[in-house]
Design a protein around this ligand. Structure first.
Ligand SMILES: *Cc1c(COP(=O)(O)O)cnc(C)c1O
Length: 454
């Protein structure tokens, strides 16, 4: 896809549409001449160089990558019109696209019925799911694993409900015995399971949590903000295939959050929340004196907490899904490549004397740290921090990230390491670009060099 070509076509297509409304006089107050623009633009693009190369496979740090060119063209084309998906009055075309992409997401998880919408982020999507959880079980709390995204604890505070942090096992997954203990108190109304923790990509055993929760009359919300699209690899052949159990069980859970701006090739500003029971729409009931006048059909703003939202986000996702649909043969191939890259790197690390694998990757996130002697948390922490910092310098830079792991996490995985601190930073690489598959051996070699030079 030639981005320059299609961006030109985008402005042309919108201009053709605009021309059908007839000419009008533009206003002098908005005029900017090209010469002045050129100098400001130069400063602007100069400032943007202060960035990390998220697009390049040598960037193997956080959850960041540029959107697919189809998403860029979809977003920018719709943005020239600037529809607001709050209401059908704000942009009927992109509201219809939003309904279609939300239905595709619901179908991807196996929901037979759904009510849902896009959001600005996974944070807002989770807030909505927890808000509905509170309305359905007033006075009861919310349980999530100790390694769930920090937003859950924070949003419990915002919503005025008690959050219960459940212990995790030696792979960072929710511990069922501890969950059972928490559920027996009768104080919990909803359990949040995470399918792909933000730190290490651990997948909670949804298929085992679900029957346990149901026995206690408790709802289940799935935070699949990061990992949701990995459901496309559930039960797949080949090394990248994932155990089907937890992923198939998502279809029977009460609500789901997934972030197309993480693994759906979208620019930021695209999360989604889905409810299995469309009846929960009643909790959103409100009236608006400003909007909702063009039709009796339900407007998206009537089933969401946010008001204004970019119609361009729905447009970008719609255009992307026409080309790379959320199917095993579509987007699934993109995720499979990152997953194979993570497995390959884990093998290289396991075979290396210079590095240690923190835990086997369940998705496409690899946690590892330099081998240090004598082995202590203080030394692991210092060595990880130095590899991170020194990796970014020199002619062959690599961009990694660090993750703080507690001393209990080390005790469960690496009992030989002396716990002389409350925890240590480890190195963490999110291999979410399919190109990582071609680059992982070079990444490994470079990280080994950095460790050798310590
Ligand atoms: C990223 C993430 C969030 C927060 O989503 P944002 O889109 O960053 O607001 C919540 N939960 C999980 C598991 C995540 O990975």
């Amino acid at each position: 896809m030639d981005l320059q070509h299609w961006l030109g076509r985008a402005t042309g297509a919108v201009q053709d549409w605009a021309d059908t409304f007839g000419p009008f006089r533009t206003h002098a107050s908005l005029e900017v001449d090209d010469e002045r623009f050129a100098s400001v633009f130069e400063e602007f693009t100069g400032r943007l160089r202060d960035n990390y190369p998220f697009f390049h496979p040598r960037y193997a740090g956080q959850m960041l990558k540029p959107p697919h060119p189809a998403a860029v063209v979809g977003y920018l084309t719709a943005m020239l019109i600037n529809p607001n998906n709050h209401a059908l009055d704000g942009g009927p075309a992109t509201a219809a696209m939003e309904r279609e992409v939300v239905a595709r997401l619901a179908g991807m998880f196996g929901y037979d019925t759904h009510l849902g919408h896009l959001t600005t982020s996974g944070t807002i999507a989770n807030l909505e799911a927890l808000f509905v959880a509170r309305e359905l079980h007033p006075g009861r709390g919310i349980a999530h694993s100790a390694e769930a995204h920090y937003t859950h604890g924070r949003m419990c505070h915002v919503l005025g409900v008690t959050g219960h942090a459940v212990r995790t096992d030696a792979r960072g997954r929710m511990d069922l015995e501890d969950l059972e203990r928490v559920l027996r108190t009768g104080e919990v109304g909803t359990v949040v399971v995470t399918t792909g923790t933000t730190g290490l990509g651990a997948v909670d055993p949804v298929d085992e949590v679900l029957p346990l929760a149901r026995r206690h009359g408790v709802r289940v919300h799935v935070d699949a903000a990061y990992g949701g699209f990995f459901t496309l690899l559930a039960g797949a052949d080949g090394p990248e295939g994932l155990p089907a159990g937890p992923w198939r069980a998502i279809a029977r859970c009460d609500s789901i959050v997934v972030d197309p701006h993480k693994h759906g090739l979208q620019p930021y500003g695209c999360g989604a929340v889905l409810f299995r029971d469309p009846e929960v729409g009643r909790f959103y009931l409100h009236d608006s004196p400003y909007t909702y006048f063009t039709s009796d059909e339900l407007h998206l703003g009537e089933i969401s907490l946010e008001c204004s939202r970019a119609g361009a986000s729905a447009a970008a996702l719609w255009l992307t899904f026409q080309l790379l649909p959320p199917t095993p043969e579509g987007l699934g191939r993109v995720l499979a490549a990152g997953r194979r890259a993570a497995l390959r790197w884990a093998d290289l690390i396991t075979a290396s004397d210079l590095l240690q694998l923190h835990q086997p990757p369940e998705l496409d996130i690899v946690g590892y740290f330099p081998t240090v002697t004598p082995a202590s948390l203080t030394r692991v922490d210092a060595a990880s921090a130095r590899v991170l910092a020194e990796g970014m310098t020199g002619p062959e830079p690599v961009f990694l990230s660090t993750l703080k792991a507690g001393h209990e996490a080390f005790a469960a995985r690496h009992p030989g390491i002396t716990a002389d601190a409350d925890g240590a930073r480890i190195l963490r690489s999110v291999l979410m670009k399919p190109e990582s598959e071609h680059h992982v051996d070079r990444l490994h070699t470079r990280v080994e060099q950095l460790v050798r030079a310590l």
